[in-house]
Design a protein around this ligand. Structure first.
Ligand code: GCO
Length: 432
């Protein structure tokens, strides 16, 4: 089998990481706009890639690269800057962006929440308070009413692991709280908000929606591919402490309607019914395997190449994530993020020679190809990221883009990897 003609070859971004225009046209601050001292080198996301003003140029580059899809997130603070108040200017921006994408033949894939909570929601308790469920649904309803004539693909959340655990337990992500004992409540609020949003989108969308969620998937690559090896790897990916914490804690309630040990006493039968509203796909964000975290002896991480984030490069993890998620949850899979950071720079010939990322693409995409060859329904691959951007607390140092951004001039340069990806897309993955 080869890649279907409908395969969504794309790239991804998130509002807070690229848009800038943080206080323009009626937008209120998000929790990331006020992250201050938590961000490296005194940087902030107030201007970022200035995509809010340059989206036409950015979409033109996507078209030149031949992208079939573009995954981006909607900024909640742009749409609802105050409790109960809708900002027409915010809606207009996304309508214009989508019109531009459609004219370029690019399918919009919309993430409804990629971490940039409006500050007013945080002040009312954020994920700590059950009130957030109502606020989130009100926002989702506005977006679905405004955009569902043209948008088919929806993701309720991006990486709940991060905005629940890192934001409220370790306190390393906005809004930087330490609440070790109560995260199960936060998690319950997020899961209920997800399930209710799925129902709301299903009932209100004008085009038949295709709904998913993007997970920060962690995967154990099997030590051997015989039956015992496969069973052991799946167990480590979903049932070890690491595997439960990152995968099944969220996905078992969502996709199987059952809670893992950690949540068993927190979710009622009624909760689980709401949370498990039928989904159309699971999005996986995949960067590195978790073998080294689970089994240090079997996986010598010192020997392996790493990205500038210190993340291990091992392309096999993408194939195994897709397969293990499919085997456990029986839902089509979309790779919603996958990529690597480099300290890329423009060379004297005006180009960006990011040979590591070219190789990365070949390695990881071969894994996607293997999954497709084996008949696993994979809807698409969204490279992280379309362009260099604001990497949260890391600021602008790590560059993840297929397009280089000079932050002083906002000049865009498609990197070698971007053109290489364009070739892969043109051949529909036949050259992998
Ligand atoms: C995440 C987010 C992205 C990141 C990317 C690289 O996984 O943290 O979804 O916003 O920028 O993953 O770290």
């Amino acid at each position: 089998m080869s890649f279907p003609n409908t395969f969504l070859w794309g790239a991804a971004s998130a509002s807070a990481q690229i848009e800038g225009a943080w206080d323009e046209d009626g937008k209120c601050p998000s929790i990331w706009d006020v992250a201050g001292r938590h961000i490296k080198n005194g940087q902030d996301c107030h201007t970022a890639c200035d995509h809010y003003h340059r989206y036409k140029e950015d979409v033109a580059l996507m078209k030149e690269m031949g992208l079939k899809s573009y995954r981006f997130s909607i900024s909640w603070p742009r749409i609802m800057p105050e409790k109960g108040k809708v900002n027409p200017k915010g809606i207009e921006f996304y309508k214009n962006l989508i019109t531009e994408l459609k004219a370029a033949g690019i399918e919009p894939l919309v993430t409804l929440y990629h971490w940039d909570m409006p500050l007013w929601v945080d002040r009312e308790g954020g994920w700590k308070s059950p009130k957030i469920i109502g606020y989130y649904l009100e926002y989702v309803k506005v977006v679905v009413e405004a955009l569902s004539e043209t948008v088919r693909y929806w993701m309720t959340f991006n990486e709940p692991q991060m905005f629940i655990m890192l934001a409220y337990v370790t306190g390393t992500s906005a809004p930087f709280k330490h609440d070790v004992f109560t995260f199960r409540n936060h998690l319950r609020h997020m899961l209920l908000a997800h399930g209710k949003a799925v129902k709301l989108i299903r009932e209100n969308a004008k085009l038949k929606p295709i709904i998913g969620i993007a997970m920060a998937a962690t995967t154990y690559i099997p030590d051997s591919e015989d039956e015992a090896g496969l069973r052991d790897a799946a167990q480590k990916s979903f049932e070890s402490t690491v595997g439960e914490g990152s995968n099944s804690l969220y996905m078992d309630p969502i996709a199987l309607g059952r809670a893992t040990k950690m949540l068993r006493r927190r979710l009622s039968a009624e909760d689980l019914k709401i949370i498990s509203a039928p989904l159309d796909f699971i999005g996986v964000n995949v960067y590195q395997p978790s073998n080294g975290m689970i089994n240090k002896k079997g996986y010598d991480t010192d020997e392996l190449p790493k990205t500038m984030m210190g993340w291990i490069i091992d392309g096999r993890c993408l194939y195994w994530t897709i397969r293990q998620y499919y085997e456990r949850y029986h839902l089509p899979v979309m790779v919603t993020e996958n990529g690597m950071a480099n300290p890329d720079a423009v060379s004297s010939d005006g180009k960006v020679h990011d040979a590591d990322r070219v190789k990365f693409l070949d390695d990881f995409l071969s894994g996607v190809k293997r999954a497709v060859d084996e008949g696993i329904p994979v809807l698409g691959y969204q490279h992280w990221s379309i362009m260099d951007n604001f990497e949260w607390c890391e600021g602008y140092g790590p560059r993840f883009g297929l397009i280089h951004v000079d932050y002083a001039t906002q000049k865009r340069t498609v990197k070698d990897s971007g053109w290489h990806y364009a070739e892969i897309i043109r051949s529909n993955g036949e050259n992998l």
